[in-house]
Design a protein around this ligand. Sequence first.
Ligand SMILES: Cc1cc2nc3c(=O)[nH]c(=O)nc-3n(C[C@H](O)[C@H](O)[C@H](O)COP(=O)(O)O)c2cc1C
Ligand code: SF4
Length: 680
Amino acid sequence: MSSSDPLLQPFQLRHLTLKNRFMSTAHEPAYSEDGLPKDRYRLYHVEKAKGGIALTVIGGSTVVAEDSPPPFGNLLAYKDEIVPWLRRLGEECHEHGTAVMIQLTHLGRRTNWNSADWLPVLAPSPVREPAHRAFPKEAEDWDLDRIVAAYAAAAERVQAAGLDGIEIEAYGHLLDQFWSPATNRRSDAYGGSLDNRLRFFFRVLDAVRDAVGSRYIVGVRMVADEDWDKGLSRREGVEIAHRLVATGKIDFLNVIRGHIETDAALVDVIPLHGMASAPHLEFAGEIRAATRFPVFHAARISDVATARHAIAEGRLDMVGMTRAHIADPHIGQKVAAGRERDIRPCVGATYCLDRIYEGHDALCIHNPATGREATMPHRIARAESAPRKIVVVGAGPAGLEAARVCAERGHEVVLFEAAAEAGGQVRLAARAPRRGELIGIVDWRVEQCEALGVDMRFNILAGPEDVLAESPAVVITATGGLPNTGFLDHGAELVVSSWDIMSGALKPGAQTLLFDDNGAHPGMQAAELIAKSGSELELVTPERFFAPEIGGLNHVPYARCFLKNAVRITINRRLMAVHREGNKLSATLGSDYSRDSDARLVDQIVVEHGTLPLDDLYFALKEGSRNHGEMDYQAVMASRPQQVVRNPKGRYAVFRIGDAVSSRNIHAAVYDALRLCKDL
Ligand SMILES: Cc1cc2nc3c(=O)[nH]c(=O)nc-3n(C[C@H](O)[C@H](O)[C@H](O)COP(=O)(O)O)c2cc1C
Ligand code: SF4
């Protein structure tokens, strides 16, 4: 696309020229240190600036006061120390022509009391938020006065740091908790009528505007329809949008539809793969048409075509592609260069967001450089040394990433794969229609490898002789694993694996017991298939709750399916043994919490216990290799080349990565590959 591309047109937001229509909406990646946007945080945003984005809104849910404890690494705008860190982040993004704003909030009931300063959580009314589980106190007059002042002080800090603007958060947090009939049960001047419910918000807006003056950008990220029988109606939401615009004190609206008090509700606001693309775009467009005001919006606009449609058809002024930029921070630049096909796709896995709610940092399922900009490159540099011959065995996520990165380094790469197609376990997972988008992880890498001239050879179960015939300097075995069914005291030969179900090789039995001792997607995906097939399913786990490796948002479709199909879920029980009884199977269930056991009689027993490495090739090559397979972990972590020599006669080095080492996940596999291969 040429510069007539609607996405590449500048947008004038009062005095601020945004150079194109791409933005990253506020999100907290939990990269903060001491509540401050230090190096990791800054580099993450600067990468998007280098990649051509017009506007990045940093500090999702940056809190303005101590009684809004940070539940997921939020920035702390009540600290004066934040100013120099914000300034540096802003300046480095500005060098690339990218505007930077920050989202300010008080979380109200959407947080926990048992962190940071242990101050009591407050809300308009003492209504608990199920997701964060605090029982809030009803905010008193002196709380409200203090919080208004805190917003103003935070706004002053942001302005002093030279950022381009402020976004006030009003969806699921304190301010719109006042708006919503679901959370505001007050009978004083802040409850009841819409005028009353808006009163606190307008006090905050007035204070922020007074603090920053009229020539500073202030916008609101607002829920304009909670899509909830108990909540804020669309009629009231649209009315609020009109009233906000009418104040003349705001510069943009960033529109949200839905409520977020549970994971099940949140997933309809921030949809996963398998859910509709851009589900609230039309709604956002209606707000834009009704208010004739700058409208921003994000909700699963993950591809450039949909983003272009949003701008071309006048639905939005700025298009939020937030997870899309987590997957590929260089979208703007690639679009401008006519390289849309090179954009690493966001496959909607929502591993990123699920991680922050589990107390981790946001990581992309298939871009291991995101959030690791200090050590991992988004663009792979060519090797300074002479190109070498590298053989990669296995075209699952680890092998494909290894082949891609080695080829980007300029090496000559041969990739062997035993199957007819690339993908390994990702291809298996993507067989489920709901998770089909995962295949983007494979397809993008296959296309990149093709373009880079990787010699991909399918249907070859490569043995040592095939590998050595290539006279490689380096061999990378990424041969994956196979289901581990060998953990039972008795009856391993009687059970089938989750893969048998996922691959379609076996049909679910009429009565099935699925024992999941992994807690991740493979077991759940098999369970979903079994449940949907009409089988009577009991899901058994030794854990306190099912699928602990899957975060809250990914939990939702499984939970919905299991409820709908009356799946029996049994926690704290462990499958010990299986015996045949006539034409049935008897499962002996023990427990870590009891010496007793009992039995179930079913037609089929499916087990999920991770994988065991397929490592024959690695061990066959190990002895003759220069490094005897050793990977220098210190070198990996310090971004130094591998130089281990255990056998000076060896003509090649061999490494193994991904599940060929041990059963893990897609992110671990591609991270293994990137950090080894970027220095080869
Ligand atoms: C890791 C992560 C953290 C988020 N935190 C916030 C937040 O603090 N405040 C907010 O308004 N939205 C937050 N969001 C929501 C995003 O701003 C955005 O609305 C959402 O990801 C949907 O847009 P997308 O489909 O383009 O990713 C978060 C999203 C992610 C992925
Ligand atoms: S983890 Fe999934 S949803 Fe999140 S950015 Fe990566 S591909 Fe997109």
